[in-house]
Design a protein around this ligand. Structure first.
Ligand code: ADP
Ligand code: AMP
Length: 204
């Protein structure tokens, strides 16, 4: 099963993906995580991607599609988190899956207003050792766990990312609606409630 997680940055996609991995054995492919790893390792891709990421803009489609081609698992239940983010990427994904005899089975839209996203992103903290995601108010890190803030989780970059989402990514809502794949979640609710909706829309 191939599931796409769609929604603005900070909607809770990564948080829910982590749970589906732990409880249902999904494979989580986050293009944001893959890009940050490339930046950390200083690869060619990382060097090219960093300037876009720091500005809150999208990394060019050709780089993203090449990266996904390499990382897309041949087997298993997969969550694509943060990909596709443009119509061109969605078309490339459709072609790629078709060549593997597969298709996108469901697209889950994490529906949440901008104010909530801004509050979630400005309070987001990461444990760099495990990659686990916390929030200073909603999911504080345990005592002794040293957390960091992502470079792009600063107010001015957050606003840019939201603008980019609206212009370049939100058209995918229509793209997948037309294909009868779209499932909408109320992502303003607490994580437990969002997870329940997620299991329901995926029929799990
Ligand atoms: P995304 O992967 O969509 O960018 P994250 O999963 O990283 O979003 O969540 C963004 C922030 O919001 C994190 O700090 C996370 O702990 C917090 N968060 C996630 N889901 C919820 C929720 N349902 N209610 C409150 N806070 C949440
Ligand atoms: P995320 O972790 O999903 O919030 O992504 C962080 C940043 O990585 C984004 O702001 C983009 O610069 C870049 N990025 C992640 N996924 C994509 C994608 N599918 N297409 C283009 N850029 C991406």
């Amino acid at each position: 099963m191939i599931v796409v997680f769609l929604g603005p940055p900070g909607a809770g996609k990564g948080t829910q993906a982590q749970r589906l991995v732990e409880e249902k054995g999904f494979i989580h492919i986050s293009t944001g995580d893959l890009l940050r790893e490339a930046v950390r390792k200083g690869t060619e891709l990382g060097k090219k991607a960093k300037e876009y990421m720091d500005r809150g803009e999208l990394v060019p489609d050709d780089l993203i599609v090449a990266m996904i081609k390499e990382k897309l698992p041949k087997e298993g239940n997969v969550i694509l988190d943060g990909f596709p983010r443009t119509v061109a990427q969605a078309e490339a994904l459709d072609r790629m899956l078709q060549n593997m005899g597969k298709r996108v089975d469901a697209v889950v839209l994490f529906d949440v207003p901008d104010e909530v996203v801004i509050e979630r992103l400005s309070g987001r903290r990461i444990d760099p050792k495990t990659g686990k995601v916390y929030h200073i108010k909603y999911n504080p890190p345990p005592e002794g766990v040293e957390v960091i803030q992502r470079d792009d989780d600063r107010e001015e970059v957050i606003r840019k990312r939201l603008e980019v989402y609206r212009k370049q990514t939100a058209p995918l809502i229509e793209y997948y609606k037309e294909r009868n794949l779209l499932k909408v979640l109320d992502a303003t609710l607490p994580p437990e409630e969002v997870y329940k909706q997620l299991l329901q829309v995926l029929g799990l």
